[in-house]
Design a protein around this ligand. Structure first.
Ligand SMILES: [Zn+2]
Ligand SMILES: [Zn+2]
Length: 360
């Protein structure tokens, strides 16, 4: 099957034939019909120690084509969203209901960091191991995953919309709805208006926020956020100079300057939620007295606090009712062969998401 291989960190993708094994016991094979390129796919190799060669991609949807031994509750032909935080169902986090924090989730990047061994990759080229990025590898016509790494979705949800429900939608909308717990009437700002930030804006509107301020360096992104229902827009400089006393700031960038700007902009007792992935070596310094005196809450948000097996119907329902207009974020589709051009277009900020259609 064809897949986009990254041979070394940060180099362009090489779309070529890759061998893939049949699903082992407890696994399923999936034809990837649509996948998005998430910013973290690219930073995985440059900042997070992802070993190479690797097939990246974790925001995908497709059709189940094969079942390994013992797989129940899912059938060949089912439409599924790929879950990059598959729950083991047995650890404390899973049993508590926070299965996106599963203690037994492993990827090839974790293995390099000494956090235990990932399951063997199903991918190879002429017998040479190819890593499976985020244990999902959706930049490919097919993938093989544990059965708990897919969740069934209604057949009438278009694959491009379903793909975004695998990462940008739960991460962004969940940051507002679950992690920050935006309340009706809250004044909210969202720093960074890429796919995750725009979903956080839509999630804040769903939660009933009064003001929703879209913060981004690119004028085109700010304008687009206003068309999605943001009530105001600001550059980062305008935001730090003029906005204070907010109830919630969601930081979809996650670098020290944006976290500190968010911290300064929330009122006493307000909430800063960091959903953007900073680098492991970046440190945020906050005055200890302020931390005590201002009674602000500083929270992380991993996968938007969303459990895919529990919460996907909620996301689909919000999409069906038009309250999460996910298709507005999708500028079009492209063949897997065009992946390098799509990366460039997304990085320039010209498009939010162009969805790849590998197994169409
Ligand atoms: Zn992602
Ligand atoms: Zn678990």
């Amino acid at each position: 099957m064809r897949a986009a291989v990254m041979w070394e960190a940060g180099t362009p993708f090489d779309v070529r034939h890759v061998d893939i094994s049949a699903p082992a016991a407890g696994q399923v094979s999936v034809d990837i019909r649509a996948c998005g390129i998430c910013a973290s796919d690219l930073s995985l190799t440059t900042s997070f120690g992802q070993p190479t060669p690797v097939v990246l991609g974790h925001e995908g949807a497709g059709v189940v084509t094969g079942l390994g031994e013992g797989v129940e509750n899912i059938s060949v032909g089912d439409h599924v969203v790929i879950v990059w935080v598959p729950p083991c169902g047995r650890c404390t986090a899973c049993r508590r209901g926070d299965d996106y924090l599963c203690a037994n989730r492993r990827s090839s990047a974790d293995a390099r960091a000494g956090h235990g061994i990932a399951r063997p990759s199903p991918l190879s080229i002429n017998g040479q191991l190819v890593h499976q990025g985020m244990s999902t590898s959706t930049f490919a016509e097919q993938t093989v995953l544990p059965a708990n790494a897919v969740v069934r979705i209604d057949n009438d949800v278009p694959f491009d919309v379903a793909a975004m429900m695998g990462c940008a939608v739960p991460t962004g909308a969940g940051a507002a709805l679950r992690s920050a717990r935006v309340q009706p009437g809250d004044n909210v700002a969202v720093i960074g208006c890429g796919a995750v930030g725009l979903n956080a804006i839509m999630g804040s509107i769903v939660a009933g926020a009064a003001r929703v301020i879209a913060v981004d360096p690119l004028a085109a992104r700010r304008e687009f956020a206003l068309t999605l229902g943001a009530t105001e827009a600001a550059s980062f400089e305008e935001f730090t100079a003029s906005f204070t006393n907010l109830d919630v700031v969601i930081d979809a960038v996650g670098h020290p300057p944006t976290v500190l700007a968010a911290w300064k902009a929330v009122r006493r007792g307000g909430t800063v939620t960091v959903v953007g992935a900073g680098r492991p070596d970046q440190v945020v310094e906050i005055p200890a007295y302020e931390l005590f005196h201002d009674d602000k809450k500083l929270t992380g948000s991993f996968h938007g606090g969303i459990s895919m097996h529990r919460d996907l119907p909620m996301l689909v329902g919000l999409w069906r009712s038009g309250r999460l207009p996910i298709e507005r974020l999708i500028s079009g589709t492209a063949d897997l062969d065009d992946i390098n051009e799509v990366v460039k277009a997304q990085q320039s900020g010209l498009v939010v998401r162009t969805i790849l259609t590998p197994g169409h």
